[in-house]
Design a protein around this ligand. Structure first.
Ligand code: CP3
Length: 345
C-alpha cells in the first residue's frame, strides 16, 4: 500500500518522479508572519517554550508553501538548557551560553537529565499533529552531540569550533563524558518527541566538517550511530535522517555506518556522485545552495533541475544543502516548490 505521506514513502526507499520537498530552517525570519509573532515575545527560548506560538510557526511555512513536511519549531540548544546550562539568544548575535572551558565546569550540569523539562515542546508536537493534514509528515529533531557540545564549550557560535576541538584534545576523558551525556539526553528527547507524535527524526551535525579523521570517528560517527541505534531499538518504524555537514567523501561510508534511513547532503556534495556511491536503501536529501535560492532566476532554475535529474531513480527528498537564509525572497521559495513539482529535471 502506498504511504499517504510522500516523505515517509521516500524514507522507506521509494524513488518518486516528483520528490517530496521541505527546507531546513523553513520556519523563521524570512517569513513576515514569523517576524510578526516573534516581535510579540522578547526571549527566543520563551518563544520556543510557548506551545501555541511554537505550533503556529511550525505550521506557517507548510500553509504558505504546501511543503511535504513540518519541522518542529524549537532549537538544538534546548538540551544544554534542560541540562542546567545558562542559554540565551541575543538578537543579531546568536546564542550565548555559560562556557564549559575546563573539565570542572561539567559539574555545573544537572546530574540527571529530566526530559519533562522540555514538556512544552511535546505539547507543541501534539498541537501541530492535531492540525497537520495527513499527507504531511512532522519532523522532530535534535542537534548531534558534537555540534551541541561545540556551543556548550565555546559559549557561543565560532567560525571553526576551535574551543571544543582544543577541549577534546586536552581533556579527552571529560569531553567523552560530555558527549555521552548528550547522547543519553538526545535519545530520551527524541523518543519523547516520537511519543508525542513526531513521524520522522532529523539529527543535525552542522559542524562535523571541521574535525580531523580520528576526531570525526570519535565525536561524530560513534555518538550519532549510538543515537540512531537506540532510537531504532525502541521505535523501529520511525525513519531517521542524518545531516552530517562537511562529510565530503565520507558520505557513502556514513550512509552505511550510521544505519540512518536518509543522509542529508550539504551543498558541496555532487548529488550524482552521492547517488552512484550510496545504496538505494538510503534516501538522499538535499542539496540546493541556500544562496541560489536567494539569487533566484536562471541560476536557481538550473540548480534545481540538475539536482532533480541527478537524483532521479534514487529515493530523494528535495531540500537545501543548509538552512534557508533570512534574506531569502519568498517568491523564490514559491518558484522552487512549483519547479520541483513540475517535474522538469
Ligand atoms: O528548521 C526549522 O525551521 C525549525 C526550527 C530550528 C531552529 N533552529 C530555529 C531557530 C531548527 C531545526 C534549528 C536548528 C539549529 N539551531 C542548528 C542546526 C541547523 C543549522 O542551521 O545549522 C543550529 C546550529 C542551531 C543553533 C542556533 N540557533 C544559532 C546559531 C542561532 C542564531 C543564528 C540563526 O540561525 O538565526 C539560533 C537561533 C534560531 N533558531 C533562530 C531560529 C528561527 C533565529 C532566532 C530569531 O528569531 O531571532
Amino acid at each position: 500500500m502506498q504511504n499517504e505521506k510522500p516523505l515517509i514513502a521516500v524514507l522507506r526507499g521509494e524513488a518518486r518522479d516528483i520528490p517530496p520537498i521541505w527546507l531546513m530552517r523553513q520556519a523563521g525570519r524570512y517569513l513576515p508572519e514569523y517576524r510578526e509573532l516573534r516581535g510579540k515575545i522578547g526571549s527566543f527560548l520563551e518563544f520556543c517554550y510557548t506551545p501555541a506560538v511554537a505550533a503556529e510557526v511550525t505550521l506557517q511555512p507548510v500553509r504558505r508553501f504546501d511543503f511535504d513536511a513540518a519541522i518542529l519549531f524549537s532549537d538544538i540548544l534546548v538540551i544544554p538548557h534542560a541540562l542546567g546550562q545558562e542559554v540565551s539568544f541575543e538578537s543579531g548575535a546568536g546564542p550565548r551560553l555559560e562556557a564549559i572551558s575546563e573539565p570542572a565546569h561539567l559539574s555545573r550540569l544537572r546530574e540527571h537529565f529530566d526530559v519533562e523539562r522540555l514538556a512544552p515542546t511535546f505539547e507543541t508536537i501534539e498541537r501541530v499533529k492535531g492540525e497537520l493534514p495527513n499527507s504531511k509528515a512532522l519532523i522532530g529533531f535534535c542537534g548531534a552531540p558534537w555540534t551541541v557540545a561545540s556551543y556548550m564549550v565555546a559559549g557561543r557560535g565560532t567560525s571553526d569550533q576551535a574551543p571544543a576541538r582544543l577541549f577534546a584534545y586536552r581533556f579527552p576523558a571529560a569531553f567523552a563524558e560530555l558527549i555521552a551525556r548528550l547522547v543519553e539526553a538526545s535519545v530520551s528527547y527524541l523518543l519523547r518527541q516520537i511519543e508525542a507524535g513526531a513521524d520522522v527524526i532529523q539529527i543535525f551535525d552542522t559542524w562535523a566538517g571541521v574535525l580531523a579523521p580520528t576526531e570525526f570517528e570519535k565525536w561524530v560517527c560513534a555518538p550519532v550511530k549510538k543515537i540512531v541505534e537506540s532510537v531504532r531499538a525502541k521505535k523501529p518504524d520511525v525513519p531517521v535522517i542524518t545531516f552530517v555537514r562537511g562529510a565530503g567523501g565520507r558520505a557513502p561510508a556514513l550512509a552505511r555506518l550510521l544505519g540512518a534511513d536518509a543522509l542529508s547532503l550539504d551543498t558541496s556534495i555532487d548529488p550524482a556522485w552521492a547517488a552512484a556511491n550510496c545504496s538505494n536503501k538510503v534516501a538522499l536529501q538535499g542539496n540546493l545552495d541556500p544562496l541560489a535560492l536567494v539569487a533566484g532566476g536562471e541560476a536557481l532554475d538550473r540548480q534545481i533541475d540538475s539536482i532533480v535529474l541527478a537524483l532521479r531513480g534514487h529515493p530523494h527528498i528535495f531540500n537545501l544543502g543548509h538552512g534557508i537564509l533570512p534574506e531569502t525572497p519568498i517568491g523564490h521559495v514559491t518558484r522552487l516548490v512549483e519547479r520541483v513539482r513540475a517535474g522538469r529535471g
